[in-house]
Design a protein around this ligand. Structure first.
Ligand code: ADP
Ligand code: MG
Length: 329
């Protein structure tokens, strides 16, 4: 699934096209990665210098400096970042209910993990948080940093500090990584009233971040995700997060397809981005990721609801005995 509000932001800002923002924000980013034809049609009227024959991926994020790791604070020091109450959502097209009353509270500086069987609604929940138009919220509330997230467009959510890394990052043929990131970053800076960074300044900004994800500089000149291995794509996602920053990074199966070295690199990079003020919500099936990125809380989703919350012992139990050990059905 392709979804790219950093991209949307970058494009709309770069071309000064308010119609892009208003009329296509909710459409363009969400095209499935195989819908080449519809992507071409959708983009055909836009003044792109890029070749957007295929899909566009999304990075939703805001600017916030991220440097030192830290995940545990006493409750008195923490402030609420995200509060989801009784959230229900249906698939927009079929009205099939997928989320059936999700409750979740995340404080600044916390790392939360969501586990659960395939098809339990984890990715749907993540996508509903960033405003994916495949889904309609039918009840409940989402408050992010004191604002009603459901009232915000996907791009506004991104500017408010949400970043989502998708389960399957897609390619953007003809667009180099560095151009993509520079443009997305500058769009944010403009929104914040900051001066844009030119290519040389941006290179100086991004260069140290390559180290963080253990990426070579030639990745910057390659087209976004084109020909990248699974591990390289995931590193690239984290590089985007490092460049754009986010108060809440939602990482959907960031560990899928990674060998243990790549997993360690990605986890190290994520840990390097944690501060007392931001948080991570990661979806995973595997204990091994949680051993690298230590969660404050683990939740188990089943049939569109969080049915259990606890500490790392839940993941250990799941690893040993499978979901039947905690299933409510
Ligand atoms: N856009 C969609 N169209 C049709 N079915 C969907 C869509 N999104 C999710 N679903 C269905 O909703 C259920 C939950 O999916 P998902 O959230 O991807 O689960 P998980 O990430 O936990 O594996 C699945 O049965 C899936 O097929
Ligand atoms: Mg999923």
């Amino acid at each position: 699934m392709a979804y790219c509000s950093a991209f949307t932001t970058a494009m709309s800002m770069a071309y000064g096209s308010s119609s892009f923002t208003t009329s296509t924000t909710s459409l363009v980013p969400y095209l499935p990665s195989n819908s080449t034809l519809s992507m071409m049609t959708t983009f055909s009227h836009l003044p792109f210098r890029f070749n957007l024959r295929r899909s566009v991926r999304i990075a939703t994020a805001s600017l916030s400096a991220v440097n030192s790791p830290s995940t545990s604070f006493s409750d008195s020091q923490k402030s609420l970042l995200l509060e989801v109450k009784d959230l229900t959502a249906v698939i927009a097209e079929t009205k099939q209910e997928i989320l059936k009353g999700v409750n979740l509270v995340v404080y600044e500086g916390e790392v939360h993990a969501i586990m659960g069987k395939n098809g339990s609604g984890k990715s749907t929940f993540a996508k509903v948080l960033v405003g994916h138009p495949d889904y309609e919220v039918t009840g409940g509330s989402i408050v992010f940093k004191g604002s009603d997230l459901l009232e915000m467009e996907p791009e506004e959510r991104s500017l408010a500090g949400l970043f989502m890394s998708f389960q399957s990052p897609v390619e953007i043929p003809g667009v180099s990584n560095i151009d993509f990131l520079n443009m997305a970053y500058n769009a944010r800076r403009r929104k914040l009233g900051l001066a844009e960074l030119g290519p040389i300044e941006f290179y100086a900004y991004i260069f140290p971040k390559l180290d963080l994800v253990n990426m070579k500089t030639d990745f910057l000149n390659r087209n976004v995700n084109e020909g990248f291995s699974g591990g390289e794509r995931k590193r690239n996602e984290i590089l985007q997060l490092a460049v754009l920053g986010a108060e809440m990074a939602i990482l959907d199966e960031i560990d899928s397809g990674l060998d243990v070295d790549a997993l360690r690199d990605v986890a190290k990079a994520v840990n390097g981005l944690l501060t007392p003020n931001n948080s991570v919500l990661m979806i995973t099936h595997y204990l091994r990721l949680l051993e690298f990125i230590k969660p404050s809380r683990i939740h188990v989703m089943e049939d569109g609801k969080i049915v259990k919350t606890g500490d790392i012992s839940i993941a250990k139990l799941l690893e040993e005995e499978g979901y039947k050990a905690i299933s409510t059905s």
